[in-house]
Design a protein around this ligand. Structure first.
Ligand SMILES: [Zn+2]
Length: 245
């Protein structure tokens, strides 16, 4: 059983990635279930986001878990209501502070996004990175303020900060998207194999590894985890999720 907890569909810098392309690449790579958000969100194409999720659900049924990527504009324009009035059952919320810096410096806005997840009892995913606006510790106040909320630090960056957050708070999970398998193993060895879930970030790979198909890229990710981490840990990382039971 393999769950890819970090998947995208839609418009991106390199063009369009259709629901069919994504679902076929994932299943061909051996993935059973996906948690997926749409990059079309960043172009504020909300109707297209809804259509993509409907199509993904048609293709994968209960094996497809929609994650709602929220932008500051979606909140300010109140178009967020439209996303929840659609028939999509959103199973998580995502924000991306590198794409939208406001999340890192506008508490009222970020709290509003977080409270949507709290109210709906769904996890809250934050893209983390080396840029200070998206550092794992940039959002530390929220981990402390909302102990009942499950936070997912996508990419777990910077490594040492993410590790410190794991040590300090028990409502943190890290996804392995774009993370070196050796770093995943370092989290395991530090005592947190249960706090790591598998994510591929497909099809963003197309931007960085042009020669590899998305299917091959996901397969390689799975292979690297199995190669670098003991079977007990790697199989649990590959099959775990916090987005659904
Ligand atoms: Zn991503």
């Amino acid at each position: 059983m393999i769950i890819d907890n970090h998947v995208h569909v839609g418009w991106y810098r390199d063009g369009y990635h259709s629901p069919k392309e994504i679902w076929e690449a994932e299943t061909a790579a051996g993935v059973d279930e996906i948690c997926v958000s749409s990059t079309s969100t960043c172009a504020e194409l909300y109707d297209i986001v809804i259509e993509e999720m409907i199509e993904l659900k048609r293709l994968g049924g209960s094996k497809v878990h929609p994650i709602l990527w929220i932008t500051p504009q979606m909140l300010k324009s109140e178009k967020i209501d439209k996303m929840f009035l659609s028939d999509i059952e959103w199973q998580g919320i995502k924000i991306h502070p590198e794409a939208h810096n406001e999340w890192s410096n506008t508490k009222a806005l970020t709290s509003r996004a977080i409270n949507i997840a709290v109210k709906r009892k769904i996890p809250f995913m934050i893209h983390t990175g080396e840029d200070v606006v998206a550092n794992a510790i940039t959002f530390e106040n929220y981990y402390a303020e909302y102990p009942q909320l499950q936070f997912i630090l996508a990419h777990g960056k910077p490594f040492q900060q993410a590790l410190n957050m794991l040590k300090k708070y028990n409502n943190i999970t890290i996804d392995s998207a774009f993370m070196n398998a050796k770093d995943v193993n370092r989290f395991c060895k530090a005592g947190f194999p249960d706090k790591i879930i598998f994510g591929s970030d497909a099809p963003i790979n197309k931007l960085f590894y042009k020669k590899l198909s998305t299917q091959e890229y996901i397969k390689k990710n799975i292979y690297q985890l199995r190669k670098n981490i003991s079977p007990a840990f790697s199989e649990s990382i590959l099959s775990k999720t916090v987005y659904f039971k």
